[in-house]
Design a protein around this ligand. Structure first.
Ligand code: SF4
Length: 901
């Protein structure tokens, strides 16, 4: 029975990247929802990328944490009443503070929290516990941008807006694979290129889908962005392209910054040499920037996640200040934030080195916040930043830790050491939407079920300072509660009832607005006084709005700083004389390669939501390592085989993708897989913890590493309706498929009988419908068919050619009934009999596979993404796959008779 869809869609905001796209969600009455882009939201005007489009597939309650849980005396987790769990958290923190002082406890929070959640967590820690030991996983993604903004502007201000990307004539993307990581914004840039002729320059050590669309790629040596932008500053000065009036009227420190820039990179030749890029390309880049006033420089994790990240940000900002290209249509430096509410966290003080409402720990600010909160013990100094915080846990200095909505055992550098450290804690509290994560398994004592996307209610701020509402449209399941409620209840039980007596997110937002305006008088950038008078009904209906929003105003400011007005004491921007960059890692010192890490197109963070979507899981189904062909040869690594990637901190076994997109000596691995989704692929465990000295952001883009081949004797697939526990020694990667779970597996020995016994145990011995064990050929296959439906199957073979197509196999699990040819092919277990395989999914929106696209390109002479789109619809929705389709066209045209894989 189908319930009618609710007629009126709920306007909310995507919970993934910092683009902050508006979403219309129509609940289906069964706990799910149809999702589409909100045509009225100014971030996306109705478009959603592959991840946003699949939000409706991530709402199931599978794996949800639905009740508070507490670890009993025997070490077993058991369901507990909310009251008991909250009392235990409050008591644990209170007693730890009484024994060891306020700095013995900490919160580690997340850019997934809503601003209201963040606000109360920060208020409790910094205002009432009296420590600033609250830091956020946003430390890992944009702390260097915050530090760079504060050095240059005196405040953490993004000067521009998304409209600048539509109006610029030159778009420089540095350290950003926006085509995959900020797809909707990248589509806006491509539209600008298509319709207005804007040029796109990509600066990245890797060739990426973003650079596939660029007019110029500078594939620079890792960490050398400051050299490039120092060279650019010197060039702009030499060419007389400076805005002398702007420099004179609105800035300080230009001469020192220019002298330092000339010292680091006096000319294009010096830049080319240090960046390891042909000089002609550097000269082209410089000439384009000099000639193009409407220039936007966008930067993301490649700039921020660096031991010199803050300097990189300031080297970029220096060029914009020197040319006066800031705060005007189509120009400015632009930090692309990684998370949906990284900016909201910055606003309330989610970072350990910020107090609240963009105030720091200067004594006047501490006193102001103390008076506003009527707080007993506002922290007088910054707390521990993420990496230091977990080091303090390891050293026993932090004894009680509350982790909210994040999974540091996967995402932090040296993640194995983080896991060990968590085991030392006297009290580890985790509030989350999921019941099992690597962090929870590391020894949580108390689990608190949090409301998820679609259930919770509050605000988020995107990369252009735009505050949007996230609205609930689903019934909160089980006993889950909003994070702000959980924190407030603990605060009350710690004796702070008067300050945390909130009845709704709206009340918290009102207080947040009031603090932003409190004794502000134009001295602080973050001022949303104009939103502080909203009634709760107005808050519920709030349209997206950019801050600042002055008192008695309802609209915010699009752009800032065109006429100066910075937030330094003399209201002038500061040029920064940046240091000559040097990576923390030295390839060849201990290990020969550099490991870079990052995101892929269709997964988000540790996959707790995107991992539920079959179509998102179908794009890249295994954790992999990208290797340059020369390195593959040197290290005896083959494309499609396995390799162990090792650093001084840990190792992982990943599928090899040999590609000229990598620079020689550099390898790249995605960050998403974890202990729940793969046997040996927690890449965070490999990453070193070298941090930027100012921002505290770790350099996750360049860790010394090595690589070696790993041989497996047999390979295969396992498809089931429910997750299974595969034994140690089996390499596996799990993805959600239609109707169940798919495991791609590899085993270390060719003892076929041994693996057949294990498979039978996993399948359930009594239920196997058909089975073949061929020890001579090294093949095993078995299937369970219930009625007309495939219920589970396993295929193992020495030779991959003896396996059926993976996509075809998944289709059989999803099929309501097996056709006779499919049943025969399944039991024969040979690829040749298994029909046409569409190959790995390229277009997640319409589920179009690589092989289908290649066939269309060669058979139907489809030589443009538009032509492929007309035939298959691929690329006609969100557009995220267009660079990949373009690449397939180029490859197929170069090789007219492609072999379907
Ligand atoms: Fe969500 Fe994609 Fe928009 Fe980012 S670009 S907010 S992931 S829909």
């Amino acid at each position: 029975m189908n319930a009618p869809l609710q007629a009126k869609a709920v306007k909310t905001t995507c919970p993934y990247c910092g683009v902050g796209c508006g979403v219309l969600a129509r609940p289906d009455g069964f706990g799910g929802a149809q999702v589409q882009g909100d045509p009225e939201h100014p971030a996306n005007f109705g478009r959603l990328c592959s991840k946003g489009s699949a939000l409706g597939e991530t709402l199931s309650l599978d794996g949800r944490l639905l009740h508070p849980m507490m670890r009993g005396p025997a070490g077993v987790m058991a369901r507990a009443p909310w009251d008991d769990a909250l009392n235990a958290v409050a008591k644990g923190f209170r007693e730890t503070i009484a024994r060891h002082g306020p700095d013995s406890v900490a919160f580690y929070v997340s850019g997934q929290l809503l601003t209201e959640d963040y606000y109360v967590a920060n208020k409790l820690m910094k205002g009432f516990i009296g420590s600033a030991n609250i830091d956020t996983n946003s430390r890992l993604c944009m702390a260097s941008s915050v530090a760079g903004h504060r050095r240059a502007f005196g405040a953490d201000t993004v000067p521009g807006c998304y409209e600048d990307l539509d109006e610029a004539d030159l778009l420089i993307l540095t350290g950003s694979n926006a085509a995959w990581c900020h797809p909707i914004l990248f589509q806006r840039m491509l539209k600008n290129k298509r319709e207005r002729g804007a040029r796109i320059v990509v600066i990245d050590p890797r060739a990426t889908p973003t650079s596939d669309e660029a007019d110029l790629l500078l594939q620079i040596a890792p960490g050398m962005d400051s050299v490039l932008f120092s060279g650019l500053l010197a060039y702009l000065a030499d060419q007389g392209v400076l805005d002398r009036d702007y420099i004179r009227d609105h800035t300080n420190g230009f001469s020192e910054a220019l002298a330092r820039a000339r010292h680091i990179a006096p000319d294009a030749e010096a830049v080319a040499e240090q960046c390891n890029v042909p000089r002609e390309r550097i000269e082209t880049f410089f000439a384009w920037v000099a000639a193009t006033r409407k220039t936007v420089t966008l930067y993301s994790q490649g700039v921020n996640q660096s031991a010199q990240g803050t300097d990189k940000v300031n080297a970029i900002i220096n060029c914009h200040l020197a040319t006066g290209r800031i705060g005007q249509p189509g120009m400015g430096p632009f930090s692309l934030t990684g998370q949906p509410n990284a900016m909201g966290g910055r606003e309330v003080g989610g970072l350990a080195n910020q107090l609240a409402a963009h105030m720091d720990f200067e004594p006047g600010n501490v006193d102001r916040v103390r008076r506003f909160w009527d707080a007993p013990a506002v922290a007088p100094r910054p707390g521990l930043k993420a990496v230091d915080l977990f080091d303090a846990v390891a050293q026993g200095r932090i004894k009680a830790l509350w982790i909210m909505a994040t999974n540091p055992v996967v995402s932090l550098p040296r993640a194995d050491a983080v896991r060990t450290a968590l085991g030392n804690l006297e009290l580890l509290v985790v509030s989350d939407v999921v019941a099992a994560t690597d962090t929870i398994r590391a020894g949580a004592h108390i689990l608190l079920p949090a409301a998820g996307w679609g259930e919770k209610d509050g605000t988020v701020t995107n990369s252009e300072r735009r505050i949007s509402r996230q609205r609930g449209f689903l019934t909160t399941p089980g006993e889950a509660q909003p994070d702000w409620w959980i924190v407030s209840e603990v605060a009350k039980r710690m004796g702070f009832a008067n300050a945390f007596n909130y009845a709704s997110a709206a009340e918290i937002f009102e207080e947040h607005c009031a603090l932003s305006a409190f004794e502000n008088g134009g001295t602080r950038d973050f001022d949303i006084a104009g939103l502080g008078t909203l009634s709760h009904e107005d808050y519920a209906a709030l349209d997206p709005v950019q801050w600042p929003v002055a008192k008695n105003e309802t609209n915010g400011a699009k752009r800032l700083f065109a006429a100066g007005g910075f937030y330094t004491p003399d209201r002038r921007a500061r040029f920064v004389a940046v240091a000559k960059p040097k990576l923390a890692a030295e390839p060849g010192r201990y290990l020969p390669l550099l490991l870079n890490t990052g995101r892929i197109r269709d997964q988000w963070h540790t996959m707790t939501r995107t991992g539920k979507s079959p179509r998102l899981g179908a794009h890249i189904e295994e954790p992999r390592i990208a290797v340059h062909p020369d390195d593959a040869q040197s290290f005896n690594i083959e494309d499609g085989a396995f390799a162990r990637v090792s650093t001084l901190h840990g190792s992982a076994v990943l599928r090899v993708a040999v590609t000229p997109s990598q620079r020689r000596g550099e390898i790249f691995a995605p960050i998403h897989w974890n202990g729940e989704t793969a046997s040996d692929a927690r890449v965070g465990a490999l990453v070193h913890a070298a941090c930027d000295p100012i921002s505290g952001q770790p350099e996750m883009k360049a860790t010394e590493a090595t690589i070696a081949p790993v041989q497996f004797a047999m390979h295969g697939f396992f498809l089931t309706r429910k997750p299974v526990d595969l034994p140690t020694g089996v390499w596996w990667a799990r993805s959600t498929v239609e109707g169940g779970f798919g495991y791609r597996i590899a085993v270390p020995s060719s003892n076929t009988k041994h693996w057949a016994d294990i498979a039978r145990d996993l399948l359930g011995n009594d239920e196997i419908y058909a089975e073949l064990l061929d020890e001579g050929q090294g093949r095993y296959r078995a299937a369970i068919i219930r009625g007309e439906t495939l219920d589970a199957c396993v295929f193992l073979a020495k030779s991959p050619q003896a396996l059926p197509g993976w996509e075809w196999l998944k289709q059989q699990l999803a099929a309501p009934s097996l056709t006779e040819p499919a049943r025969r092919a399944l039991l024969a277990g040979r690829a040749a009999e298994a029909g046409t395989d569409s190959g790995p999914v390229v277009c997640a929106c319409f589920g179009v596979g690589r092989n289908a696209i290649c066939r269309t390109i060669s058979d139907r002479r489809a030589t443009s993404p538009e032509a492929v789109g007309r035939e298959l619809k691929a690329g006609t929705n969100c557009g995220s796959c267009i660079p990949e389709i373009r690449r397939l066209i180029a490859e197929t045209e170069a090789q007219p008779q492609p072999q379907a894989v």
